[in-house]
Design a binder for this molecule. Structure first.
Ligand SMILES: *Cc1c(COP(=O)(O)O)cnc(C)c1O
Length: 403
């Protein structure tokens, strides 16, 4: 063969005896077909076969299969972000002019999506009280296509009764989807509690190192899964095999990372609860957390993400207190190895219907640092708050400006 052609020709190499412990990273846009007839029939092939890079390579199949097994579902579809994993099943399953019920505590970008894209499709969107089954019952009817669940709710940590909500939804002919990013399938399996669809923001705990954006949609039913997979293809939602390999690597330590974050977060939560300026710590393992009983009944543990409510008088000083943090980073996308803390606006996300607490809530994600390092940092933070409150030194920052 001439050199020019040799450069672009794949050599024949044996894989015999290559039994590695790792997942192969298979990159491809083009898939080669044995003949024209096979190419012509490519879309009627096995749904897990290989057609084109957009629909996945063996690396994708490894991740899909592992997630399907962990969720105890029938099929998993991978998409480029957790947000896409929520938007995709909604667009695939709720028709123009249809109806969807979202919990009032839903991840704020989902509210945005509903108020823009879904409104443009004339979809009726109603926000229900995440902890009030009677409120859900008063809004649901035979025209409802999908009931969405997020348990616990973003920032405000409402735990939802997935089993009861699924029963009510199914009695009305509606499907049930659940965002399980906080718990991961290791701590809660929504499909086992009646949900039809479970979504994970793989960007968070499952990849676990703050360097990946990906999401998964797993269905309890094969037909439903194929419907969502087909819609993902039509919308062009593909993921990189390199990223899938990194998620699979993250998955190998998920159990031990969660175990460690859980233990550290509980220590930190108890330490914060003992501070004078703390009004309430929303960590489900603390009996004072409203979701405690449901969490205890349904979940096998807590991840490292929780929220803190402070006395109103502390809120104007928050910005200065955040400035003294050294170990905690200020930033979004929790579930990594490094601890994060952010001031989250609640009312200005116009989520006030079911929220009686202060407008700004501290959102913490506890990583893998030594807990003493974290409580020392928090002592600086609370010390700064105390000092400024004692001085009555109002920096003139309103909580609204922080948001
Ligand atoms: C972060 C997050 C998402 C979205 O994940 P991305 O990969 O960042 O798009 C969805 N749901 C919840 C509960 C989240 O916290």
């Amino acid at each position: 063969m001439d050199d020019q052609t040799r450069c672009v020709t794949k050599s024949t190499v044996s894989f015999r005896g290559y039994e590695s412990l790792t997942t192969p990273i298979c990159r491809a846009s083009t898939i080669r077909f044995p003949n024209a007839a096979a190419y012509g029939a490519r879309h009627s092939r096995d749904v897990d076969g290989y057609i084109y890079g957009l629909y996945g390579t063996p690396t994708h199949r490894f991740l899909e299969k592992t997630l399907t097994d962990l969720e105890q579902g029938a099929r998993t579809v991978l998409v480029p972000s957790g947000q896409a994993a929520i938007a995709l099943p909604i667009l695939a399953l709720v028709p123009a002019g249809g109806k969807i019920l979202l919990p009032d505590s839903v991840y704020p970008p989902v509210r945005d999506f509903a108020e823009n894209e879904l409104s443009a499709l004339n979809v009726e969107v109603q926000f229900y009280d995440p902890t009030d089954l009677l409120d859900l019952q008063s809004r649901i009817d035979r025209t409802t296509d999908l009931v969405w669940i997020e348990s616990p709710g973003s920032t405000t940590m409402e735990f939802q009764d997935v089993g009861e909500i699924a029963r009510i939804a199914h009695a009305n002919g509606a499907l049930v989807g659940c965002d399980n990013s906080w718990a991961t399938p290791l701590l809660f399996k929504p499909l086992q509690h009646g949900a039809d669809i479970v979504v994970e923001a793989l960007s968070k705990y499952i990849s676990g190192h703050s360097d990946i954006l990906m999401g998964s949609v797993t269905t309890s039913d094969e037909v439903l899964g194929q419907k969502i997979k087909a819609a993902a293809g039509r919308m062009g939602l593909g993921t990189s095999p390199d990223d899938c390999g990194l998620v699979l690597r993250g998955l190998e330590t998920l159990y031990i990372r969660l175990e460690k974050s859980q233990a550290s977060a509980l220590k930190v939560a108890r330490w914060i609860a003992a501070q004078a300026v703390t009004k309430q710590v929303l960590h489900p393992a603390l009996p004072s957390c409203p979701g405690h009983a449901l969490w205890k009944r349904d979940f096998s543990g807590a991840s490292g993400v929780f929220s803190v409510l402070l006395e109103e008088a502390a809120l104007p000083h928050l910005s200065h207190a955040f400035d003294v943090l050294e170990s905690f980073s200020i930033g979004a996308s929790w579930g990594g190895t490094k601890s994060l803390m952010v001031p989250m606006p609640v009312e200005s996300d116009h989520r006030s219907k079911t929220w009686q607490g202060p407008d700004i809530v501290l959102r913490l994600s506890i990583g893998l640092e030594q807990t003493d390092v974290l409580t020392t940092d928090l002592a600086r933070f609370f010390g700064e708050l105390d000092q400024r409150m004692a001085r009555g030194a109002d920096a003139g920052l309103t909580s609204a400006r922080l948001g």
